[in-house]
Design a protein. Sequence first.
Length: 507
Amino acid sequence: MATIQENPLVEGLERLPVHPTTLVIFGATGDLAHRKLLPAVYNLAHEGALPERFNLVGVARREMDDDAFRATARDSIRQYSRTRPDESVLGALLERVRYVRGSFDDAGVYRRLGALASELDEEAGIPFNRVFYLATAPTFFETIAELLGAHGLDAREDAEVRIVVEKPFGRDLASARQLNEALLSVFEERQIYRIDHYLGKETVQNLLVMRFANGIFEPLWNRGYVDYVEITAAEDIGIGSRAGYYDRTGALRDIVQNHLLQLLTLLCMEPPVSFSADEVRSEKVKVLRAIRPPSPDEVPEIAVRAQYGPGVAEGREVPGYLDEEGVAPGSGTETYVALRLEVENWRWAGVPVYLRAGKRLARKVTEIAVTLKPVPHLAFQQSGSLGVQPNQLVLTVQPNEGVSLSLVAKIPGARMRVRPVSMDFLYGTSFLSQSPEAYERLILDTMRGDATLFARADEVEAAWSLVDPILEAWSRTAGPLPTYEAGSSGPAEADRLLLGGARWRQL
């Protein structure tokens, strides 16, 4: 009788111990908490990853008591959890949930919060670590940090205190510096966790493992073998109900400055001495500093922006950006951006790095594609052959996390005809489990005190120093933006950024 073989890749997925923690979510009744944070906390509880002693406290302006907030949290988890909620686990998690009502600029909120946190410590007879998660509008970040410090909530004897700050981390270099200064006037850098949920995705983390734990890639990971790199973050949806936020932000600030530049640094960084948080982040900063910020005259040569027009998406006709509800008439906000950058160091000099991000494109996909240089001969050009195509390594971040390597193989038959084929690795297939949501990993890391996947102050400022000149040049350019049809692969103008034999991957 055949026996069921265990998947060897599942071995080693151990649960790491976490110190007892009180997690405080500012903005606990908002959309981020509703859709992501509360379901993530539940799934950590479901997987047995939360500390044995754990408290969840919500802070928001909405009028409700502890029981009403528990009911709201239960509804959020039932609606958005990636796993079907187990009522016994859910009940145990929500049993000790508490709620503090008030405005984020009200000193009374922090007095009540401090008293509640101390009460929870006294009940358990231990000092809980405290994590303050700012799931609020960016305008409240500085206020909340300042008032936490003013009420002595920035430190705790015999325990750790950490603050988690959501993006956007500033609107430009000046505002990012101001926010850094405000946070660092209250907290130490080791206490500040600037979150980018892209870095919590399994494929992004696996990029480091693939590069530095597999000897077959390192000899090729340089300008001698890599032809060009393409990093894409495409969405098939429009702005929905986010016009108020998006029309002030645009694709460059919303996606490129944080998500795509983070992916670029992980792709191009040198091997760190160790995989500690500071060593990894220091190598990422070196990559950003090796990219020369463009001058105003260079911006049109290396950057393209556009807006989506009307078209067909998801099988129905959809309006253009300027016709979306809440968008200012004649808005110059870009919904698509493409850049050509170069990391000017010994490993990467001369290799174009193409970034593109946009809404209302043909499909939703986030991926990194590394195209190797073509082989220098024409030996396989027989009739019926697709010919030798450059090898390409593609890491798909979403929606289907995995890695694909394109090779050239012979077509069966008497003649020497060849065509590209793929070797694919999918997380769900290999590990026989669903990948955790990015917020699950990142919330757990904050409780563990592991800042590897979070941005440091100098890293944020280095990223803004690259984006600022582009924003400034665009602000001086009048007139309507180029457009692309909703449901398409983007504007034709993006093709002018491509050098040599480079071409955008099909969406």
